[in-house]
Every structure is written in structure tokens, then in C-alpha cells.
Design a protein around this ligand. Structure first.
Ligand code: FAD
Length: 623
């Protein structure tokens, strides 16, 4: 049976990728359907109750800059906020927030339910409807068919999901949810390259059975940061602390003894796990000489006693989990409310996707989230937004768009996936971006909001606020260029204690701000320089733009140079093996593809930006 209406965009899966995908398409005016297993799990956090962190926080701010939901949802559901790397440069500063799972989920659901152009329907999608090499709809478990011009698949860890606890294993999409078995087998009949990955989660504990007095308290930051460019601290619910404890020699001994019943160490699990979020058994084996590992004891919410012991993800048998947990300081009497487990699932080789996240094989079918080999809510949300937006562009006959590596971490993520692929769960780090100084959390809106507005992703209120902020920045930069102070000016007395070296000649406020030891807000306390900006975001930009102007310009130059070299010719008989520093794999790929220009070389799957730089240097030297 066909459903009465047809849709422009059908999004399958209501996780972090799916919610951003359907919201993006609906915001752009497309008639959108979100088809998901269970409406009650919209926006559910399968693993840790936290959003952001290094590299990930950058993605959240970019989602926000393009009108997405994640930052706003965590602002309303976050119970502890911190700025990581706050003492380091702005490029690597990152926001992280602990979430109240229920508040977060409720905010997401409410937002989705009130989004114009969006219909939500609960049913498992079991099949895809194709005409030749084009997708035209999907069909559900009860045989209901939905017609759609485009489909975005975002089914996370659910495809042929297999949950492992010790040597016991059973089908599941995550604890408490069914696996997508029929859909997985249907997809295996299609021309995709499919492999298995694995991820895991720790047991959850009842806070009433823990002794927090022997743990180290970790409060959030004051003033409390916000995630969204539109966020206000008033949006945050009550803030509460986290705690820190550690594993010890006894914990490690318990784990070692249990390894003969570990699904990972007995070869039952074949999928590759996340390198940067390893299980505790992995950590003990890989870092055998480490005597202790840190555990962050994170509350799951304001209205529950459950806590998430971040750092002891495990798929060891339950009796071993009990012993290892109770060996930890403060956990001696712990009650486990949910066992830890690992899950294996199907993922698609993302090299089979275009930069728009559309499949290279099936027209109008887009893939986003964990099914592309990533791990993390933020990576999923970013891909969801890009896929939903590109599906909408396709429907509206507009050219698709994906930010470039020089524009956004989203661009780095998608470029890495679609050119390099991944053999293990991919997570974002600032070190993955070559233009880190440009891709900061604080300027995500400056990098993306204008484009988002052009695409129809950014609403009026956000656009107005953005324009105001840009104007404030511009006017303030003009003003401070014109504020001068002589060394005998009465204000110099107030100023000199703020400086390493007192002013010796006439200086303007911009020169003073360029000095590493000065801060904008502090300078504005001097009457001669006031009034400063009330707009804190704009003030931060003025300071960063001035202080880092030299570095930023250098990076812009580099990008420019790279663009200029797109057309640089590579001789047809060029011997790539002459270039020292290129891996054998890269040499083989280049020799095989024989690109005519550097631009073409850079788009070959598996050819990294670093390899292109080496090639460019060589060609310039010997050309
Ligand atoms: P999901 O959030 O999994 O959402 C998928 C959605 O699709 C769900 O709503 C589901 O109900 C729906 N769905 C599935 N199949 C169908 C179907 N056939 N029809 C309709 N709807 C369907 N991330 C980290 O960053 N660090 C970690 O340590 C970590 N550990 C994890 C441990 C476990 C056990 C799990 C399960 C996940 C873990 N994650 C971790 C990953 C994190 O949960 C995901 O990266 C993130 O949720 C992916 O978002 P997504 O939208 O791609 O998929």
C-alpha cells in the first residue's frame, strides 16, 4: 500500500544525523518525512551523555552556524559546560557539555514536532524502492510504501547490529532497540562496499551506591559557556559537577583474568573498534605499563541517579564487569544499572559517496552518520545536515554544496571520508585540519552563516543577529584604529601595568591589542579607550582578528596559493617515485591514474593534501 502523500526528502532514522538531515531539508522548504523506528528515541544519546570536545565542539558550532539544532538542544539540556584548552590558542579551544539525556531528547523531539514541512512517522524501514539506478521511495515493516524524490539513510549502529556481553551475543541496534536486519540484507544485495565496525559503552551505575567523597570533584566553568551563537546562559538548566576516579592494579588484574571470555580477545568480534575511544580491556592491553586510567564520573541527568563512568567501556562478561567496577575507588559498593556492551554493525565504504554524500551508484540516495564509518553524535549531525541540505538542493534543482577543507571541519570530515575512506570508526580532531587557525569554534558563523542563508538554512532571527554582529565588529575595528595614546597621556598610568613593556611612543589601540599580554575587555576598563562592545561575541572576534592577523593572513595566502596551483601541469611521463616522502600507496595511485594537473591529482581517492604539497614543491623545483 502506498502512503497518500509523496515527499521531496525521506530521511530514514531519527538519530543525530537523521534529525539534522530532516530539519535542514524542511528548513529549505522541502516536504520532508522522518521515518524512524521509535518516536520516543528521537535524539537519543546511545553512549556518553555529552556533546562537544576537541574537534567535535567545532562541528557543533558549524552545525549551529548553518541553522542546525545540536547546539541549541545542548544549551537547553546541558548540565555542565566547559571550555577545553582554554589556556591555549583560539584554534584548539573547544566547548564540551554534559547533557541531561532526557532534557536533550525532549528538546529535540519538541523541535522536530514543531518544524514546518516535516512529517514524522514511526515504523522500521525494511526496504528501498528503486527504478533502474535511482531511488524513488522506501517501504516499511508493515508493507507501507512512501514515495520520495530523494532518500537520506541515517540508521547508525542498527544495520545487522550484534550486541556482545562476554561470549553472549544477540541481535540489537543498541541496548533496548531492535537491529535493522531486513534493511541490512537488502543493502547487501546492492552494489555497495560494506564492512563491519564495532563500538562499545560502559556499564551505568547507581549514584546512590557510589562514594563521591573519595573522588575528585570537577566543576563546570564560570561564567558558563554556551554552544549556540544564539545561546544564552539563561537557557541552561541547573548546573552540577562531575567527579574523577581511577582504575588501579586490582582493576587491571581483574580485566586480564577475564580476557579469555572477552569477545574481542577471543576473536568473536571481528569489527574494528574506535582507536580514540577504546574499551578498558583494550587500554590495559595496549598500554600495559600504565598503572592507572582516569575515569570521569558523569551524571546522566538531573532527575536520575544513573551515572556514566566515562573511561571503562567494556564488553567483558557481566561478572567481570561487576568485579572491575567494584575494584575502583569510590565504586566499592556500586550497583550496575545497565551492563556495558559492544556492538558490531555494518557500515558503507564512504569512498562510494560523492562530496554531497550522495551515493555514486544509486541516484538521489544520500548516506549520513555512523553508517559512513564515523563515530560520535557531532560527526553524525554534521553529515546529516550536509546530506539533508544536498538532498533538498537536488529536489529544488540547485547545485549541491559541501564546505571545503578550508571552510569548515565539516568539509574536512566529508573530504577525508569520501577520498580516504576509513577502516576504523572515524572521529574528528583539530589535527585533521590543515587550516586550523581559520577553522575556529568562535568564527564558525563568520565562515558559514552567509552561505547557510543563501541556501535557505538560516532563519530571519539568526540572520539578523549575525548581521548585527558583523557590523559591530567592523565599526569597533574602525574605532580602535583611530584611538591613539601618547606616552605622557594620563591614561598611560593605568595602561602601563597591563603591559610587559610600557609604551615608549604614540600607539593606537589596535597596536596595543596586538601585544600578547593585553586583553580587549581589560583595555576597555581604561576611560580613554571605552566604551567597549557590549556584544561579547563581536568583542572576542575583534580581539582574535587583531591578535592573530599575521597568522591568519599567512593561512589565507596558503589557501590562495593552493587554488592557484590547481591547474599546474604534471608531465605525462612523470615518475612519481622520485619524490621522497610519498608513500608507496600514493605513488601507486598517482602512477595508475596519471593525473594531468595538481587539481586532478588532489581529487584522487587516497591522495592526501600533504602528498599534494610534496608534489607541488617538487614540480616547482624541477619544473
Ligand atoms: P544513531 O544515533 O544510531 O541513530 C540511528 C537512528 O536510526 C535511530 O533512531 C534508529 O532507531 C533509527 N533506525 C535504525 N534503523 C532503522 C530502520 N530500519 N528504520 C527506521 N529507523 C531506523 N560515539 C562516540 O563518540 N563515542 C563513543 O564512545 C561511542 N560509543 C558508542 C557505543 C555504543 C554501544 C553505541 C550504540 C554508540 C556509540 N557511539 C559512540 C556512537 C554514537 O552513538 C553514534 O555515533 C551516533 O549516535 C550516530 O548517530 P547516527 O544518527 O548516525 O545514528
Amino acid at each position: 500500500m502506498w502512503y497518500q502523500d509523496s515527499f521531496d526528502v525521506i530521511v530514514v532514522g531519527g538519530g543525530h544525523a537523521g534529525t539534522e538531515a530532516c530539519l535542514a531539508a524542511a528548513r529549505m522548504g522541502c516536504k520532508t518525512l522522518l521515518l524512524t523506528h521509535n518516536i520516543d528515541t528521537l535524539g537519543a544519546m546511545s553512549c556518553n551523555p555529552a556533546i562537544g570536545g576537541i574537534g567535535k565542539g567545532h562541528l557543533v558550532k558549524e552545525i549551529d552556524a548553518l541553522g542546525g539544532l545540536m547546539a541549541e538542544a545542548i544549551d537547553h539540556g546541558g548540565i555542565q559546560f566547559r571550555t577545553l584548552n582554554s589556556s591555549k590558542g583560539p584554534a584548539v579551544r573547544a566547548t564540551r557539555a554534559q547533557a541531561d539525556r532526557l532534557l536533550y531528547k525532549a528538546y529535540v523531539r519538541n523541535y522536530l514536532e514543531n518544524q514546518e514541512n516535516l512529517t514524522i512517522f514511526q515504523q522500521p524501514c525494511d526496504d528501498l524502492i528503486l527504478e533502474n539506478d535511482q531511488i524513488v521511495g522506501v517501504s516499511t515493516q508493515m508493507g507501507l510504501k512512501f514515495k520520495g524524490k530523494t532518500v537520506v539513510l541515517t540508521v547508525g549502529t542498527f544495520l545487522a547490529g550484534q550486541i556482545h556481553i562476554g561470549l553472549n551475543n544477540y541481535q540489537g541496534g543498541r541496548a533496548g532497540d531492535p537491529a535493522s536486519v531486513d534493511l541490512a540484507s537488502r543493502l547487501r544485495d546492492m552494489p555497495f562496499r560494506i564492512e563491519r565496525l564495532k563500538t562499545g559503552t560502559p556499564p551505568r551505575l547507581d549514584a546512590r551506591t557510589l562514594d563521591f567523597s573519595v573522588m575528585q570533584e570537577q566543576p563546570g566553568d564560570t561564567p558558563v559557556p554556551t554552544f549556540s551563537f544564539m545561546g544564552k546562559t539563561e537557557h541552561h538548566p541547573q548546573q552540577i559537577p562531575c567527579y574523577i576516579t581511577h582504575t588501579n592494579a586490582q582493576t587491571h588484574a581483574v580485566i586480564r583474568e577475564g580476557l579469555d571470555r572477552s569477545p574481542m580477545y577471543t576473536g568473536v568480534i571481528e569489527g574494528v573498534g574506535p582507536r580514540y575511544c577504546p574499551s578498558i580491556e583494550d587500554k590495559i592491553m595496549r598500554f600495559a605499563d600504565k598503572e592507572s586510567h582516569q575515569i570521569f564520573v558523569e551524571p546522566e541527568g538531573l532527575t536520575t541517579h544513573e551515572v556514566y563512568p566515562n573511561g571503562i567501556s567494556t564488553s567483558l562478561p557481566f561478572d567481570v564487569q561487576m568485579d572491575l567496577v567494584r575494584s575502583i575507588k569510590g565504586f566499592e559498593n556500586a550497583h550496575i544499572t545497565r551492563p556495558g556492551y559492544a556492538i558490531e554493525y555494518d557500515y558503507f565504504d564512504p569512498r562510494d559517496l560523492k562530496q554531497t554524500l550522495e551515493s555514486k551508484f544509486i541516484q538521489n540516495m544520500f548516506f549520513a552518520g555512523q553508517i559512513n564509518g564515523t563515530t560520535g553524535y557531532e560527526e553524525a549531525g554534521a553529515q546529516g545536515l550536509v546530506a539533508g541540505m544536498n538532498a533538498a538542493c537536488r529536489v529544488q534543482g540547485k547545485e549541491g554544496w559541501t564546505p571545503g577543507r578550508e571552510q569548515a571541519y565539516m568539509g574536512v570530515l566529508i573530504d577525508d571520508l569520501s577520498t580516504l575512506g576509513t577502516k576504523e570508526p572515524y572521529r574528528m580532531f583539530t589535527s585533521r585540519a590543515e587550516y586550523r587557525l581559520l577553522l575556529r569554534e568562535d568564527n564558525a558563523d563568520i565562515r558559514l552563516t552567509e552561505k547557510g542563508r543563501e541556501l535557505g538554512l538560516v532563519g530571519d532571527a539568526r540572520w539578523q543577529r549575525f548581521c548585527e554582529k558583523m557590523e559591530n565588529i567592523e565599526l569597533e575595528r574602525q574605532r580602535i584604529r583611530g584611538v591613539w595614546i601618547q606616552k605622557d597621556h594620563p591614561a598611560a598610568e593605568q595602561l602601563n601595568p597591563m603591559l610587559k613593556n610600557p609604551i615608549s611612543r604614540e600607539a593606537n589601540l589596535e597596536d596595543l591589542l596586538r601585544r600578547p599580554e593585553t586583553r580587549y575587555q581589560e583595555l576597555m576598563t581604561i576611560d580613554a579607550f571605552a566604551p567597549g562592545l557590549d556584544d561579547k561575541q563581536a568583542a572576542e572576534q575583534v580581539e582574535i582578528q587583531i591578535k592573530y592577523a599575521g597568522y591568519i593572513e599567512r593561512q589565507l595566502d596558503e589557501i590562495d596559493k593552493k587554488k592557484r596551483h590547481e591547474g599546474t601541469l604534471i608531465p605525462t611521463d612523470f615518475d612519481f617515485s622520485q619524490i621522497s616522502g610519498l608513500s608507496n600507496e600514493v605513488v601507486a595511485k598517482l602512477s595508475d591514474a596519471r593525473p594531468e594537473t595538481l587539481g586532478k591529482a588532489s581529487r584522487i581517492s587516497g591522495i592526501t593534501p600533504a602528498a599534494i604539497s610534496l608534489l607541488l614543491v617538487y614540480l616547482k623545483k624541477h619544473g
